[in-house]
Design a protein around this ligand. Structure first.
Ligand SMILES: Cc1ncc(COP(=O)(O)O)c(C=O)c1O
Length: 406
């Protein structure tokens, strides 16, 4: 047992493997550091892990959501069309909708799961709705059967925001393979990381092709591997247009500058090599904490695991209930004194994030998302915490409640 007075629980950790260091050095020596062979290798390995036919890497998780949405312009969507998103998420989900040129339409969450309340989606659908973006918040899979059946009924696309859901499983299928496309974040706080980065998974080659164009300014050339860039070879497609244009400088759609580079992909490939090990450790921590936490009801509760799912062990969320006689600031401040790093569990985007005020929502429109926005916290469950760290956290909460609950 570690000396408890010296215990420190950080929110995140990052493991840079020897393999990653070797591949980064190799990329630097090769002279090619922008999107190339390592990005393609990372995409292939990530797709295999997610259980999808393909994956396209981009610069961030936010861009992954944004570009997946922007694909829809090639498939009938118009600028200003509506996209349904949960009222509670990391703000990036809704930022991405606006950045893609759509209007976010918010739906309240289910307070037990922290995810969009599927029963409230139908009344938010209009003739301009094009897609639903369920977020698997804190790695807990959203109610995908209900969402997919509504999407089928109203001919909507489903784009999973799986930023926090690496390793989550829903009814035997991996999260990231449950809709038309899915977006993952590869930022350092996430289970698979490239430092900064994001990736879109899909089973539809026509979507992957458009994302390759979108991430590179909307240009007309969007091959999986560019022969010019790989071996200075001759590209038969380049001047094949009858209008005598170079397809590298034909811009078919409004694009973004959002490629992943070779150094990031190299870190990611090194990370994938230890993914199963990390996932196992993090999941052990998460389920251990979830089990131990039951004794803190009715003051504090966490999410539940259903028999048909595995939760992606991104973090450990907990919610201060109405019965508690303390505030979130008091609890987070106490944890901080104990060297336990915590984060608040986001905000209700339309009513608690000021930038969204122009959409006209008002406090009270999303009671469950607002409650979580005022009363919930999360801490890390990463591979360096271990059982001692989990026990230290549980003991600290116990001590706090014994002094403050009643
Ligand atoms: C639910 C959700 N969506 C999107 C993102 C955006 O990812 P990134 O920070 O890589 O842009 C995050 C980031 O953590 C997230 O939690």
């Amino acid at each position: 047992m570690k000396n408890k007075t010296k215990m420190k629980i950080s929110f995140g950790t990052v493991t840079i493997t020897d393999m990653a260091k070797r591949l980064v050095a190799d990329a630097l020596d090769s002279g090619r550091i922008s999107c190339g062979k390592y990005v393609r290798q990372f995409e292939k390995e990530f797709a295999r892990l997610a259980g999808t036919k393909m994956a396209v890497a981009v610069s961030s998780g936010t861009d992954a959501v944004c570009l997946a949405l922007a694909v829809l312009y090639d498939f009938g969507a118009k600028r200003g069309d509506e996209i349904i998103v949960p009222a509670l998420s990391f703000v990036a989900t809704a930022n991405a909708v606006l950045q893609a040129g759509f209007k976010p339409v918010f739906v309240d969450i289910d307070r037990q799961t922290l995810n969009i309340d599927a029963l409230k989606i139908e009344s938010a659908i209009t003739s301009r709705t094009r897609a639903v973006v369920p977020v698997h918040l804190m790695g807990k899979p959203a109610d995908m059967d209900a969402i997919n059946s509504l999407a089928k009924k109203y001919r909507l696309y489903v784009i999973e925001d799986a930023a926090e859901a690496h390793g989550a499983v829903y009814k035997g299928k991996n999260v990231g393979s449950l809709g038309d496309m899915a977006a993952f974040s590869l930022y350092v706080a996430h289970i698979i990381t490239t430092g900064e980065g994001g990736i879109v998974t899909t089973n539809k080659p026509e979507f992957a092709e458009v994302i390759r164009s979108l991430r590179s300014h909307g240009r007309a050339c969007k091959c999986e591997a560019c022969v010019i860039n790989t071996n200075s070879g001759y590209c038969a497609k380049r001047f094949s247009r009858s209008d005598n244009q170079d397809i590298r400088f034909v811009f078919e759609r409004i694009g973004f500058s959002s490629k992943m580079n070779e150094l990031e992909a190299a870190i990611g490939i090194g990370n994938l090599a230890i993914y199963n090990e990390i996932l196992k450790e993090r999941r052990k921590n998460l389920y251990y904490l979830m089990n131990k936490f039951k004794k803190f009801s009715p003051y504090l509760v966490t999410i539940k695991k259903e028999l048909y799912e595995e939760i992606g062990p991104h973090a450990f969320p907990f919610i201060i209930q109405e019965q508690a006689k303390f505030t979130r600031n008091q609890l987070a401040g106490y944890l901080s004194k104990k060297n336990i790093d915590s984060r608040t569990l986001f905000s209700c985007i339309p009513t608690q994030c000021w930038g969204f005020g122009f959409l006209g929502y008002k406090i009270g429109d999303f009671p469950h998302a607002e409650y979580i926005g005022n009363n919930a916290i999360h801490i890390g469950v990463h591979q360096d915490i271990g059982k001692d760290g989990c026990d230290y956290f549980i003991d600290s909460i116990e001590e706090f409640l014994s002094r403050n609950a009643k």
